[in-house]
Design a protein around this ligand. Structure first.
Ligand SMILES: [Zn+2]
Length: 159
């Protein structure tokens, strides 16, 4: 069975038992979570979130960049969220390469792409929190808190 066929089968079982069809689109906890795409991170589990509770915005590194700000602006202005938490994590792959490394691997097509790697985990989380605080797309009242999730222990620590 292919990976995608496996997904189809899992979804059929999910839909057969589904009862969440009346959840409102506005996040119940008025929260947006920004975190990494790393497969070991399950924000619903480690933050105690249920369907309908929060927006979860994921990318390589859990970075707050222009694309993340686009999502946060929509999250806040159209869907009522009031704060974001930015969650980096230990052993993040974004700490392990440079733009030059990846450009060399991909060839000339990648010549001007910024893959946005970083060398300080806590530093990048702090920077992301600052990007939210300074963004003209979000009001000063919009909260931003930074965390690091430890993939080794399951614990979240403040940054
Ligand atoms: Zn990561």
């Amino acid at each position: 069975m292919s990976v995608v066929d496996g997904l189809r089968g899992a979804n059929a079982a999910h839909a057969a038992a589904f009862s969440g069809g009346r959840l409102p689109a506005r996040p119940r906890r008025r929260l947006a979570v920004v975190t990494c795409m790393d497969a070991r991170l399950d924000p619903a589990l480690f933050l105690g979130l249920e369907a309908g509770d929060a927006h979860v915005i994921r990318n390589a590194g859990g970075l707050v960049n222009d694309e993340t700000l686009r999502s946060l602006a929509i999250s806040h202005h159209l869907l009522g969220t009031r704060e974001a938490v930015v969650v980096g994590h230990t052993d993040c792959g974004m700490l392990t390469f440079t733009n030059d490394d990846l450009r060399a691997r991909l060839g000339p097509e990648a010549g001007d792409v910024d893959f946005q790697p970083f060398s300080s985990l806590e530093g990048r989380v702090r920077e992301s929190v600052e990007v939210i605080r300074r963004s003209p797309l979000l009001p000063d009242s919009f909260g931003a808190t930074g965390f690091v999730y430890e993939v080794e222990t399951g614990r979240l620590r403040d940054v």
